[in-house]
Design a protein around this ligand. Structure first.
Ligand code: ATP
Length: 270
């Protein structure tokens, strides 16, 4: 099958309301929304709008969601690709994909480019740990650096990238004028888990009013993605049992099931 070039969405339909918790990160990206909406206001005194920001945090904490919300709030198109897509690519393809991506984003500016799993392309040079052409990865990384240096703040394209391994990234990516801002997206605390439950309970038909404080207390260490999963699983469990609505026990069963899955996942990693 042919790999797609990259993903373009003209309207992500995601807003900050869809992102629960993450107050600090939302405040930081609000500034990026403002830059995209009113670039002239910011450059009027000679300042340069940042080109990129790195969203750093564990898997499933809402980095992609937040990037989409920036595009949604600013009402600009969202161009995305994932670093892991480059792993199996033929020589030359990665660099040309990056070039095409930037060209499209500039043509449709103001816009957002989102690079998920940037560590797959942005690992410190000479320290690749996947089997594949290391030269190809370096070509792709070099093209990315070239593209970032090649446009000014007039273009009004902001590049967001996500990683859970900021420590392995090539320092060249973090240099001034590239991803010189880092925004932390952490696992949710108790109050944030409650808020995430509230977001993901909205589409669920429940048969009793559910105590989201209680659910948050049952799910320490869960990411937003895990909580979304619990809500979905609970609805499926209830439906399987022929219920008309989802109840507390279905949620507890779903939590058990997700905990089981998490334990298995951790066993594979360690
Ligand atoms: P990865 O590092 O695995 O790519 P990520 O940090 O980009 O993960 P997302 O893909 O944004 O995580 O999250 C997956 C899904 O989990 C979201 O689409 C959403 O349904 C849910 N989710 C995660 N975090 C939040 C949050 N803070 N508020 C609401 N939903 C969330």
């Amino acid at each position: 099958s042919r790999a797609k070039l990259f993903d373009e969405k003209t309207d992500t339909k995601v807003s900050f309301k869809d992102v629960a918790g993450l107050e600090g990160a939302k405040e930081e990206v609000q500034e990026i929304v403002d830059f995209l909406k009113n670039p002239d206001k910011y450059t009027s005194l000679g300042g340069k709008i940042p080109k990129g920001a790195l969203l750093v945090g564990p898997p499933g904490t809402g980095k992609t969601l937040l990037a989409k919300a920036v595009a949604g709030e600013a009402k600009v198109p969202f161009f995305s690709l994932s670093g892991s897509d480059f792993v199996e690519m033929f020589v030359g393809v990665g660099a040309s994909r990056v070039r095409d991506l930037f060209k499209q984003a500039k043509d449709k500016s103001p816009s957002i480019i989102f690079i998920d799993e940037i560590d797959a392309i942005g690992r410190a040079r000479g320290k690749s740990n996947f089997t594949g052409s290391n030269d190809e990865r370096e070509n792709t990384l070099n093209q990315l650096l070239t593209e970032m240096d090649g446009f000014g703040s007039k273009e009004n394209v902001i590049i967001l990238a996500a990683t859970n391994r900021a420590d392995v990234l090539d320092k060249a990516l973090m240099r001034a004028g590239r991803f010189d801002r880092q925004i932390y997206v952490d696992l949710p605390d108790l109050r944030e888990r409650k808020e995430i439950f509230e977001v993901h309970l909205k589409p669920i038909k429940t048969s009793e009013s559910l105590d989201t404080d209680f659910l948050a207390k049952q799910t320490p260490g869960f990411s937003g993605a895990d909580i979304a999963n619990v809500c979905n699983e609970a609805a499926l469990i209830a439906a399987r049992n022929g219920k008309k609505g989802v109840d507390k026990q279905d949620f507890l069963d779903a939590v058990d099931r997700i905990v089981g899955g998490l334990e298995k996942k951790n066993k594979i990693i360690t």
